[in-house]
Write a protein that binds this ligand. Structure first.
Ligand SMILES: [Zn+2]
Ligand SMILES: [Zn+2]
Ligand SMILES: [Zn+2]
Length: 384
C-alpha cells in the first residue's frame, strides 16, 4: 500500500504521516502488524485466553459471552456468521503457551519466544517473578506491560542482525532523559524510582546480553519504559463484539431485526452485571508506521482492529488531500468532546506535548472557558 509517507519534522514533534494521494471517507490508508505486542498481565490473569503472539481471543463468541455473564446456557443465534478460526489452535512444544495458528507459533518462536520460552508453572522462574512484581505495581486499568519491554529485548537479542533490530526500536519517538523520567514516573506512580530499579534488576535476571546492554543501564531502561508507555498502541479484541458486528450485517426481516436487537441489549446487560466494563482481551503493541501518526483534536483518520487480532487498520474518517498530515486522536471520544483546556491538560500529562492542531488553534482565539467549567472538569478528571 502506498499513498502516504513518513516525514521528519525538524522539531520536537518528531515524525508525521502525510498523504501523497487523496483519500475519501472510509478508505483504508494502511494495515500493519506490530513489531511486538503483548497482552496485559492482569487481563491474562483474568482468563482472557488469547493467542500469545497476535492476541486473537481463543474463545468462540458463545464461550465468551457465557464466561463474561456467568450464564453457561446462553445460545447465540447465527453463530455461523462469524468465523472464529479456532480449529488451528496449537501450542509451543516446550511450554504451555497457546497460539491461534502454526504461523503465529513460528513467528513468535523465530522473533522472541526462543529465548523467553519457560515453564509457566514454575513460580520461581525469573519471568514469573518479574511478572508478579509488575502486577503488584500496575493494577487495572492497565496501560502497558513489562512483558512488552522484555519481548523487545528478546527481539533484538534473537535477531540475526541485532544492531539493525535495535535501531528499529530507537526510531520510535524519543525524548530527553528528564522527560523519560517524567513519563515513567507517571506510569509507575509515587514509588517510581525504587520500582524502576526493582524492575530493572528483575529484567536483567530474565534477559541479558551484549546487544541489549544499553537498554539495561538505569537511563536506557527508563527510556525503554517511556517508549512503551507512550508509543505502545492499545489493542482490544472481543469475540462477542465481532459476532455482534457480523450479525448486524445480515439481512433479515424488521421483526427479526428487532428481536435480535433486544437480545443483544440483554446480552450486554448480563455481561455488564457480572463483568462490568472489563470485557475485552487487552494489550499493547509497537507499530512502526502507526506510531508516526500524530494527534489532532479534529482527527481525519482512526485506527481499529477489524481482524480480531493485533493487526491494525488506519482508515480515513473524512476526505484527506495529498500533502495533508494524517492524524488520529490519542484521546477517547469523551475526552475529545471536552474543552481545549481539558484536552490539553490530558495530552500534556500523558504525552508531554501542547497540542496546536487546527481545532486547538481556532479555539485558542476564542474566550477562555470559565473557572466554573474548569472546576467541573477537574472533578471529572478526579473520577476517571
Ligand atoms: Zn495468533
Ligand atoms: Zn515455549
Ligand atoms: Zn488539539
Amino acid at each position: 500500500m502506498d499513498g502516504f509517507e513518513v516525514r521528519n519534522y525538524n522539531t520536537k514533534k518528531g515524525k508525521g504521516l502525510f498523504a501523497t494521494k487523496q483519500y475519501n471517507q472510509g478508505d483504508v490508508i494502511l494495515e500493519e502488524d506490530p513489531l511486538v505486542s503483548c497482552q496485559f498481565a492482569w487481563n491474562a490473569a483474568y482468563r482472557y485466553l488469547a493467542c500469545d503472539n497476535c492476541m486473537r481471543p481463543l474463545e468462540t463468541p458463545e464461550q465468551n459471552v457465557r464466561r463474561l455473564s456467568c450464564k453457561p446456557d446462553i445460545v447465540l443465534p447465527h453463530s455461523d456468521c462469524y468465523e472464529t478460526n479456532l480449529e488451528n489452535l496449537t501450542g509451543c512444544s516446550q511450554c504451555e503457551v497457546l497460539y491461534c495458528s502454526d504461523a503465529c507459533r513460528q513467528r513468535a518462536y523465530d522473533t522472541y519466544h526462543r529465548i523467553l520460552c519457560h515453564d509457566t508453572a514454575d513460580a520461581q522462574h525469573p519471568i514469573m517473578i518479574l511478572l508478579e512484581a509488575w502486577k503488584q505495581m500496575h493494577y487495572p486499568p492497565e496501560t502497558t506491560n513489562i512483558m512488552l519491554l522484555v519481548r523487545i529485548l528478546a527481539f533484538i537479542q534473537q535477531s540475526s542482525d541485532p544492531q539493525a533490530a535495535a535501531l528499529k526500536f530507537k526510531q520510535f519517538c524519543h525524548r530527553t532523559v528528564n522527560e523519560d523520567a517524567e513519563l515513567v514516573h507517571k506510569l509507575l506512580g509515587e514509588q517510581f524510582t525504587s520500582q524502576l530499579e526493582t524492575l530493572r534488576e528483575l529484567t536483567i535476571n530474565v534477559i541479558n546480553g551484549e546487544y541489549i546492554q544499553e537498554f539495561l543501564s538505569p537511563e536506557g531502561f527508563c527510556s525503554l519504559m517511556a517508549l512503551i508507555g507512550t508509543n505502545g498502541q492499545g489493542i482490544g479484541t472481543s469475540p462477542l463484539s465481532m459476532w455482534v458486528n457480523a450479525v448486524l450485517e445480515l439481512t433479515m426481516s424488521d421483526d427479526e431485526r428487532q428481536q435480535l436487537d433486544l437480545f443483544i441489549d440483554k446480552l450486554y446487560e448480563y455481561v455488564q452485571d457480572e463483568s462490568g466494563t472489563f470485557l475485552n482481551t487487552e494489550g499493547s503493541g509497537l507499530y512502526q508506521l502507526q506510531s508516526a501518526c500524530n494527534h489532532s483534536c479534529a482527527p481525519n483518520a482512526e485506527s481499529s482492529f477489524p481482524y480480531g487480532n493485533h493487526r491494525i487498520q488506519l482508515k480515513a474518517v473524512k476526505p484527506i488531500m495529498p500533502g495533508e498530515e494524517i492524524c488520529i486522536s490519542y484521546l477517547d471520544e469523551c475526552a475529545l468532546r471536552r474543552s481545549r483546556h481539558s484536552r490539553q491538560k490530558e495530552l500534556a500529562q500523558n504525552y508531554l506535548f501542547v497540542c496546536w492542531c487546527d481545532r486547538c488553534t481556532t479555539e485558542a482565539s476564542q474566550p477562555d472557558c470559565t473557572s466554573e467549567e474548569d472546576m467541573s472538569e477537574d472533578e471529572i478528571d478526579a473520577d476517571d
